[in-house]
Design a binder for this molecule. Structure first.
Ligand code: AHR
Length: 652
């Protein structure tokens, strides 16, 4: 009898029923294999453990995401107040803000386009209270990002800028209120409002409450008068208690993927639809009141609360390298900057950015970073110049890349520079290839890199995903992904890095701009797609070396890769059966004098391609760990239908 337990991944509870079902399926599959009805031809794998083919790139695998699908605002970035600087306003009112009144109180609100606490945050919300008293207060409420998650015995940290026409208006009452009961989960008051803009801090601490995302934030006064508010902010406890930090559940889910790098800040988000909507990194650092916010190409305003330094700290918290993408003078709607003098300020901006990231505090931009509380430089090896510049039909990328390359290499010769599409005038160190495909396309192209010239630039598969399933991917996508990853691992002498994209989606209505994402969430909880678990399995059981191996036989939807860690004497066999039939595999490991008699089997199995996890059924498909009895230098194994498996063995 197999011993089974589920892989421990953050945020997912134990699922004994699932474990039993998967174990049954595996046993049933073996039984089917025994009678040999409806089965793909046996795959024979010969693995020459004493013949290393090449090392596994130490930068396998990484993360890539951007401000898309409410990935940061309404996602990773833990801010609970939506439209905190009122940029979202128009004929439909002030986005996510409403008037709040009790009794006969009377109030109105309007965006004041002429007044704000800073040059960057230069508009505010003016609240005119015509009638109110302490028992009949009036003000505004914010609905958050599809609600606000409130939990028991938790302290929420808030702040806002405010000013008033007259201090007579009294204290500003602050409350987290349940949408369904109208009862406050926590209350406090901000006192001492004056006629000058000032920043106020407050905390809201809950007692015992029913955990729920059906909550909103209320700000009211108990006296008639006029006041202005801005940059209204509320944070729950964050990962590692960072101020202005990230959601712990999402950080823990990423940590379980064992990522080696973060490609930041995007994607299309780097470029913006227009040049003045690019990720202008200098506008994303320092106090929030100095960040003007900007429109993301995914059609909503980015608060830029998750700015360049926060990206770097996110990398630091998960011990990932930074792969820094610098804006290279092309934006999505087609505008570009001509190479030459017009481009020079953009090149300088990139040099400044690299100095901000890597410079010690004696440098101009290193000093700025130190002043923001991070004196230690971040170390980077790769800088990417632009994003998907094949879409720049003007042909200017040759010249733009050359200009950036020359300037960056002159100052930072050690940096590896990535081109976003092949260029010919300058030889890039690395080229970034992107693949968004259906599973069958990945199955058909799994050998894509097997025959690519090893004398050219290295490859960064900077965005890739099997796009099947919505909002998050299904088991069929996980199989496409896993098959593709076997090909990438086999070619990890050429492919230096790979990152799935996009990572995140807020599953609430209107949250998604891009279908088929890896991790879904709402304000309260999060879950991994089957693809997420396939990534986590490949990331955890990675190894350091690819031994020589070969396959004969096997069904046409069977894929494998093998890696090992010679220092630890471990072998990792990844087996992907995307077929509806079980796949028998005969494994012959040569060149090892001692192979363990039991192994560890991690199995991700679905009933069919369409099966998936959702926010309400988050653990339908999760990896199940068991002990594999009777392993040896030669042994047989059956991979159940619709399965991604890792077998870990000791072999010395
Ligand atoms: O990952 C989504 C988008 O796909 C990225 O922003 C872009 O680089 C690619 O086209």
């Amino acid at each position: 009898m197999m011993m089974t337990s589920r892989i421990s991944n953050a945020g997912i509870s134990n699922v004994p029923v699932k474990v039993a079902r998967i174990a049954q399926m595996a046993l049933a599959a073996s039984a089917i294999a025994g009678v040999c009805t409806g089965q793909a031809p046996t795959a024979n794998l010969t693995i020459q453990l004493d013949k290393p083919a090449h090392a596994v790139s130490p930068t396998f695998y990484g993360l890539m995401t951007e401000e898309i699908n409410y990935s940061y605002d309404g996602g990773l970035y833990a801010e609970m107040v939506r439209n905190r600087t009122f940029q979202d306003h128009g004929w439909a009112g002030v986005g996510r803000w409403n008037i709040e009144h009790t009794g006969d109180s009377v109030a109105s609100m309007a965006v004041d386009q002429t007044d704000g606490p800073s040059a960057a945050v230069d508009i505010s919300l003016a609240i005119t209270v015509k009638q109110a008293d302490p028992l009949n207060s009036a003000g505004v409420r914010n609905e958050g990002y599809w609600g606000m998650a409130v939990r028991s015995n938790t302290t929420y940290t808030g702040s806002l800028y405010a000013k008033t026409e007259s201090a007579d208006i009294g204290p500003l009452n602050v409350a987290l209120v349940n949408d369904n009961t109208g009862l406050p989960a926590a209350t406090t008051a901000v006192r001492g409002l004056s006629t000058e803009w000032k920043r106020y801090e407050f905390t809201l601490t809950t007692g015992k409450v029913e955990p729920s995302s059906d909550n909103h934030l209320v700000l009211t006064v108990g006296h008639a008068g006029k006041l202005w508010i801005d940059l209204v902010s509320l944070f729950p406890p964050t990962y590692k208690n960072r101020e202005n930090g990230n959601r712990p559940d999402l950080m823990e889910m990423m940590a379980a993927m064992h990522p080696k790098f973060l490609r930041l800040p995007g994607g299309n988000y780097l470029e913006g639809d227009q040049i003045d909507e690019r990720f202008d990194w200098k506008n994303t650092i320092g106090p929030m009141v100095n960040r003007p916010t900007h429109r993301s190409p995914w059609n909503y305003q980015s608060s830029d609360g998750l700015g360049l330094l926060e990206f770097l700290e996110w990398s630091e918290d998960l011990r990932m390298q930074t792969v820094l993408a610098v804006y290279a003078g092309y934006s999505l709607k087609g505008d570009h900057i001509h190479p030459g003098p017009e481009l020079t300020p953009f090149v300088q901006d990139a040099l400044d950015e690299i100095e901000f990231v890597t410079g010690d505090p004696s440098t101009k931009w290193g000093a700025v970073r130190a002043g923001l509380g991070h004196p230690a430089p971040f170390s980077i090896s790769y800088v990417e110049i632009g994003n998907e510049d094949q879409f720049d039909r003007s042909g200017s990328y040759e010249g733009r890349f050359a200009q950036f390359y020359k300037a960056i290499k002159a100052k930072y010769p050690q940096l590896q520079l990535i081109a976003t599409t092949p260029v010919h005038r300058t030889r890039p160190d690395v080229v970034d290839d992107h693949y968004y495909r259906r599973a069958d396309e990945f199955f058909d192209d799994v050998k894509h890199y097997d025959t690519v010239d090893r004398n050219g630039p290295k490859i960064f598969v900077g965005e890739w995903a099997t796009r099947e399933g919505s909002p998050t991917t299904n088991m069929g996508a996980a199989l496409g992904d896993a098959a593709w990853m076997t090909g990438m691992e086999r070619n990890s002498d050429l492919i230096v890095m790979a990152s799935y994209a996009p990572l995140f989606v807020n599953v609430n209505p209107g949250g998604m701009q891009w279908e088929s994402d890896l991790i879904g969430y709402d304000a309260m909880s999060s879950y991994g797609s089957p693809s997420y678990y396939a990534q986590a399995m490949f990331g955890e059981y990675l190894g350091t070396e690819v031994p020589t191996s070969s396959q004969t036989g096997g069904g046409n939807r069977f894929f494998y890769s093998v890696t090992r860690d010679p220092a630890k004497g471990e072998v990792f066999l990844k087996l992907v059966n995307a077929s509806s039939l079980p796949q028998q595999v005969a494994i012959d490991m040569q060149g090892a004098s001692n192979v363990s008699t039991t192994g560890t089997l991690v199995s991700l199995t679905g009933t069919n391609d369409a099966e998936t996890n959702t926010i309400s059924t988050p653990t339908r498909i999760v990896p199940v760990k068991s002990t594999l009895p009777s392993t040896a230098a030669k042994f047989a194994h059956t991979v159940p239908p619709y399965s991604v498996q890792v077998i870990q063995l000791e072999a010395k």
